[in-house]
Design a protein around this ligand. Sequence first.
Ligand SMILES: [Cu+2]
Length: 148
Amino acid sequence: MSKRKLLVAMGLVICGVVQAADPLTIDVHRDANCGCCKEWVKHLESNGFKVIDHVESNMSTIKQSLGVPQGLASCHTGVINGKFVEGHVPAEEIKKLSSRSDLAGIAVPGMPAGSPGMDYGQIHQPYQVLGVTKAGTQEVVADYPVSR
Ligand SMILES: [Cu+2]
């Protein structure tokens, strides 16, 4: 194995792509200064998740190595059983992810107000949870209209 390949493999292990099969253990990568990321972590924990917190200095490198499409980027990036969870995805959608072996991950792009961890009083924006298939196509897996 070349030195580069070895480093990539080590990076994947450190990033939590290779992890135990506990369905509710999630690795979360975030920037040290990200406040809403911490709020999302609290949301996960109050919904039964065990969060392994990783403070990162370069989130864009992490996102790239986990296969998060650039257009779907948000703040933090979670990894659960080898799938990415990008942004403020509701805990219930992460629980459903185990039944979708065709997906590489799910994302809530940007940081919509009113999504878990993005609570700003009365401000609510509609948002969608997008699934990214292993083939690279995208689909809507859940819709969160304002009225919900
Ligand atoms: Cu955020």
